[in-house]
Structure formats: structure tokens, C-alpha cells
Design a protein around this ligand. Sequence first.
Ligand code: SF4
Length: 650
Amino acid sequence: MRYAETGYNLEIDLSRGNIERVETDSKLTELHLGGLGTNAKILWDRVPPDTEPFSPDNLLIFSTGLLGGTPAPGANRTIVTTYSPQTLFMGYSMMGGFWAPELKYAGYDKVIFRGKSPDLIYLWIHNDKVEIRDASHLRGKGAVETQELIRRELKEPNAQVAAIGLAGENRVYTASIEQGRSSASRLGLGAVMGDKRIKAIAVRGTKDIHLARPAEFYDLCNDVLKYIKFRNENPVPNVMTILQGLGSPQEMLHFDEKWHTENFMWGNARVRKKDYWNKEVEQKWRETQETVRTRLISCYNCPMKCGAIISVPGLSTYMMKCFSKLTYTMAAFSDLDFGFRIAQRATEYGVDGFSTPQVMAFAFELKEAGILMDADFEGCPSDNEGKFFWLLDKIVRREGIGDILADGTYWAAQKIGKGAEAYAHNNIKKHEQLPLKLGMLNPVYFLMYATGEKINITQIEGQFPQSPFMTMEEKKEFVKDWIQVPDEKFKQIVLDWEMRGERSNPYYPTVDMSVDIVDWQEKMHYIDDALGVCSGLSSFPLKPPYHIHNYPRFISSASGIDMDEAGLTQVYKRNRNLIRAINVRRGLRRADEKPPEDHWKKRFPELEEKLLDAYYKFKGWNKDGIPTKETLHELGMDYIGEDLEQRGII
Ligand code: SF4
């Protein structure tokens, strides 16, 4: 009997139209837990490192996590993994919603696609019955619209459907995979889905998941629910509103956007509008949001309600996710009403709400600079909002200049030339980052930005405060009930950290402390992504219900795997090194690990080198960021060391 997981994957060969139900090796679950960990193992084992993202040999994996679909609150993430067309490294992105639990109830832990379908298809998984179905009638349909059309066609209102829109069909590098109130948006996974000619995957499951020690597991789940209630009633004091609670930043609940609009950059992540927020704007934006927000909604088995159903008059309903509320607005220097309208179209097209607005603003900056010409924008309306709608259409259709822009700012700049590279200034590893430009280098964030394999900073940061507290009282207040820390030393760092003087950024936290902090934050993200638990209840907020001290019991009581903190740390290290090795095999080196040059005004090249040196050393990697044979041996992964040695990498 397998517990927490089903013990079966679905293997779909799209080129041959073959479907197989394959039993998995429980030993791999012990080593990697599931979700991201076992996805990485499959990618390492089965996809040669020189495989192009759009090759039939590339795999596209949709995975549940080990706890996915169990009663653990927030255990609903679908972890999608492939080689990214944008970074060319391993790309993985998570979506919330309901899809992963439904897949587990259908009896599978993962769906693994290989090959390429000759025609547009969708996959229908209904417990033991799995079919590849024609999707030619869905060509060009919106990602949200497709979900509904398939549910109707199948007469299965409870089927969960993950779908791409036109952007994915046209292999736009910023294409997302949309599902319910969520999406796997980053790193162009929707483009790989489109390349394989998969329009959607529909799933309906009615089976049970077995738990090893259900009574103990339920007690733990109830503790988490109690803690969520407590935290919601007792927000963390003395930090920004969006950091006080749990979940994703709950953009659709909050109205106060002073911090975002004045600190995040507008346009192509270049212009700060210091005094933008005032009473008049607040009133207008509040009215806009209240008018279109039909209701707040949650993902599967979670009380947090981070998303919202949006009904803009005259447009079909969609779900607003997180920060997309502001990205289009700010890219176009417009207001919230425009943001809600264009986000509806963008969601139907299925594009990443972080990258796509930046790509469009980048194009208009290039036009202003005379690098792109009027001829590139033939037919473009002259009004600001019309321009953005026009360009979005061109990008997702890959028409004219849209075809070049559809590859994201990095690749577009390479093609355009004439100095366009300087305008693609917000990338790490060829991928657009949050439009933040700050003053003083923060050593912890430097390391997370530079070395993160997940690429997206919001999915790396987490439990350690972003900046020091103002007073000793505030510091003491913060550390007094900080049960989540893996070690008491982190409390002392918070107590000693100052806004100014010797114990302030960039030299405090010190190099070694910064490495420790980053390792803790990474650890929690890697564990969440293997378990399929939403980071909004674990690695992302300051004081979450899941942490390193209670996770081992969740894992043991759910799966029967004997797990303690030390064992869980080993799993994390294994997964971290495995993913690093996959990317190293694809060419990742130290030179790639740098945040955007203008991310901080004040940079410290010598310190930054020291930070990287110390981080690599801590991880057991060489000076180029490559895991050493000894490190891999300690983790029981000699096979990786041997492979890297044979390739002359180590
Ligand atoms: S915390 Fe928010 S994003 Fe996470 S599972 Fe709950 S509702 Fe979804």
C-alpha cells in the first residue's frame, strides 16, 4: 500500500498516441518526496542536456506534491516542469487551484508528456479512463473559455481543466497555463504545452488517498487551521500590510496600493512615481475594485481567499491572480480600470502577468528611443490604452513586431540590436524580474536573486524580514513568538540588525549570516514544492503555520516515511543539488548569477563576489557554482558526479 501518493504516473507519448499507467519507485519518494523533487529526477534521467525546449524529446511534467490532495490545508499545488524556452534551463512553475488534488483522486501522481501531437488535442482523465481527444474546435479559444467549453463537452461540471490560450498555441515565451483561479505563468511553460499541441488537460477523480496514520495527520491539520485563524486575527505587527498575514499578497482584498505604486517601477521597470498615491486615487481605485470584484475565492482546501472573481461590464468573467492587478496598469502608466480590462484579455490569451506588461512597455520605450520605428507599429492606435491592447494582440498572434517581442525582452533585444539590449535591463538568466529598483544592496536578496533556480524572486524569498525593525521594542516583539526559526541564531540577527551604521545593509547581515538565511528560505521553498503545499502558508509569509519543525510529522504521518528535521534537510539538499546539476549540465555558471545591474543603486562588487563565494562553499559547490563530487557523494548522488565528470564539467 502506498500512502499520501498513489504510486502511479500517467505516461503520454503524444507522437504515437500511446497512454500508459506506470507504477513508480517508492524509493524515489523517500529520496526526493515528490512534486518538484521527483520531476527533477525524471528530467535528469530522461531528457538529455542538449535537448531543445521545443524538441519532441523534451518532457512536460504535471505533478502533484506528496501531500497534494490530502487534508493538509493548502496542499493543492500543481508543479509543472520542463526545459524553459526563455532561460533554456529547467523551468518550473506552480499553480494553485484544484487541478492537482483532482489528479490524485483520479489515481495518479504525475502526468508526463513526451513527443509531439500532430494535431491539437486535449487529454481527458476520468479515473482509470484516459483519452486523447481532438481539440481542433478549441483552436484560438481563450484559456478560461476553453476550460468551460471542455466541461460542457464532457458533461462534467466538476472536471478540473488546465488550458492554454492563443499565446501558448503560438509558442509565445511568456505563455502561461491557466486553471481555475490560478496559473503556471513563469518561464514559458505554456509555450512548451502549445508546442506539444496540447490545448488542455481535463481531469475528474473520485478515488481515495490513503494516509499512514490518519488520526495523527488530522490533528496536525487542525493545528494548522487553528494557527491560520490565530494569524488572521493577529497580524504580524510593525511590518507592511502585505507582510502581516498569510497567503499570497491578497491584492484583491486590499485597496491600499501606496507601497506598490510608489516603490515598484512604472513603464519598463524604469520610472518611480514617488508621490503618486493620494486620497483621490485611493477613492477611485477602491471604487473600481469594489465594482468589478464579484467575490473572493480560495484554492482547494484553503481558507485564505487570495484570489477573486472579476466581472468587468461587457467582458467575460475571469480570476485575478495576485499582483497582476497592478502590472498592466503600471506598465502603461494608466489606472486600475485599464488594468482590470486588459488583464481579462491577457488571461484568456494565457500570458504571464509579470513579464508580458514589461515586454510591451519595453517595446514602446524602444520606439521612443528610435530603435523601433513607426513602421513596426503600423496600425497601432495613438491612445495609450489602445496601444497596449493592440500590442498584446500582436504578441500573442506573433504578428509583425509582435513575433519578435513574443520571445520576451532578452531574446527580442538580441534580435532587434541597435542598443536594444540596454532596455532589456530587468532580467536574470534571460527572464524578466519584478520591476523593483532599490537603493542600498541587501546581501540576502542579492544572493536569492543571483542564485535562485526558480528565477522568480517572489518564490524564493520568505520568512526572514525584508528590512530591519526601527526600534528594539519592535525587534523583541517580532522574535518573541518566532517559533518557525530553524535555529535561535536567526533571532539574534534580527535583534542586532539596524537601519543605519555598522550593523546595517550591505555589510549586515554578514556574509555568513546572509548565506544561512538564504539557505533556510530556499529550504522551505524546496520542501513546499516537493510536498505540493502553497508557499503562501509556508515559505513565503513571515510567520506561517507550516515550518521545519512540524513538516517532518506531516510527512511521516501522511506517507509512513520515517522523517525528522535532519532527514528533511537532506531531501532538500538532494533536490537543490539535483536541480543545480540539471542546469549546470545545460551551461549554468557563475557568470549567469547576477541580479539586474540597476536593481540597486549602490552596488558593492567585492562584497558581491564574497557573498557568491561563501554561498557556493556553504552548498559544497566549486567557485563556478557547480556541485563537487564530494557533495554529491554525501547526498548519495554519485551518479550525478560521474555524469558531470564524464562531460568534463568537474
Ligand atoms: S494561501 Fe492563497 S494562494 Fe495559497 S492555497 Fe490558500 S488561497 Fe490559494
